[in-house]
Design a binder for this molecule. Structure first.
Ligand SMILES: Nc1ncnc2c1ncn2[C@@H]1O[C@H](COP(=O)(O)OP(=O)(O)OP(=O)(O)O)[C@@H](O)[C@H]1O
Length: 275
């Protein structure tokens, strides 16, 4: 593991300015390059707000205190223009609702090309090659039709994969994926997870993967952070956290997951016998 974190979150609090309620509470965490970190926790624990705070996209009614460093750069010091260069290219956020990330009036191909043109000095042909290579990585078929389509003409799963393909094409140092497979069926989910694995292996990116699903985490994470009430209550490498969870809440999460799996296996087993 490298000695210097790629992302260092220091005493971060996110406060609702309407009632001064802390939604993220004095959170500190160092994330190291080329690792894959899963952030798990129940609904409302603050996972999405943490992702938004990292990419500087918190709603204006919330205020952030504390520091977030990307390498040595303090992110709160960035100007709007510097953020534009940073977001997508250095730190990329893939969200759950892909439709919200696209302009409904522009074709997918146009939006993909424009994004590449904003961040790189590439010829039209080079941009096309990069688009095709990225779409291939997320296993999208009939790409010419797809690139000529408008967002509403694609399924949720296709849009989600296009969003991941755009993130891949920008070759960011860090990609934050906020429940990126929640809206997908099991097969598409598997393919999208493979695309993320390729991202870490080929691009040597650092992945922050936010999910409820401890099953998904097992396949992809090097490290796991467990969030509850706006705090990280446990952080460890995957093997240690899954085999010997220290915090009672992590133990509860794992036990619940185990019970669900056993119940599912039992139902499936009974079903097989009956048939
Ligand atoms: N704009 C906002 N104004 C006020 N409170 C907010 C705002 N956005 C989120 N919250 C609150 O902050 C808390 C954390 O929300 P967040 O969306 O980060 O949870 P989460 O862990 O990502 O949940 P989920 O897994 O359901 O997406 C919740 O109690 C939520 O209601």
């Amino acid at each position: 593991m490298s000695d210097n974190p790629i992302l260092n979150i220091v005493d971060l609090s996110v406060i609702d300015t309407l009632n001064q309620h802390p939604l993220i509470n004095h959170l500190s965490m160092a994330i190291y390059p080329h690792r894959s970190l899963a952030i798990v926790g129940e609904s409302g624990s603050g996972k999405s707000l943490l992702a938004k705070a990292i990419v500087g996209l918190l709603p204006s009614s919330l205020s952030a205190q504390g520091d977030i460093f990307f390498h040595d750069k303090r992110l709160s010091d960035l100007s709007a223009k510097q953020w534009q260069q940073m977001r997508g290219r250095k730190i990329s956020l893939v969200v759950q609702n892909a439709m919200s990330a696209f302009d409904p009036l522009m074709t997918i191909g146009h939006q993909f090309d424009e994004t590449l043109n904003t961040h790189f000095s590439l010829s039209v042909v080079q941009r096309q090659q990069r688009i095709m290579a990225s779409l291939d990585k997320v296993k999208l078929l009939q790409v010419h039709n797809l690139l000529n389509s408008y967002p509403h003409q694609l399924s949720g799963g296709q849009l989600q994969r296009v969003m991941i393909a755009i993130a891949l094409a920008l070759e960011p140092d860090i990609i934050i994926a906020d429940e990126p497979t929640t809206a997908l069926d099991a097969i598409t989910q598997f393919e999208v997870m493979q695309a993320f694995t390729a991202l870490i292996d080929e691009n040597k990116a650092t992945l922050i993967f936010i999910t409820h699903d401890l099953g998904l985490v097992k396949g992809i994470a090097d490290d796991i952070a467990v969030m509850k009430n706006g705090e990280i209550i446990e952080f460890n490498n995957k093997a240690a956290l899954l085999s010997a969870p220290k915090h009672p809440y992590t133990q509860f999460l794992l036990a619940t997951r185990q019970k669900l799996t056993e119940r599912f296996d039992k139902i499936r087993g009974n079903h097989v016998i009956k048939c």
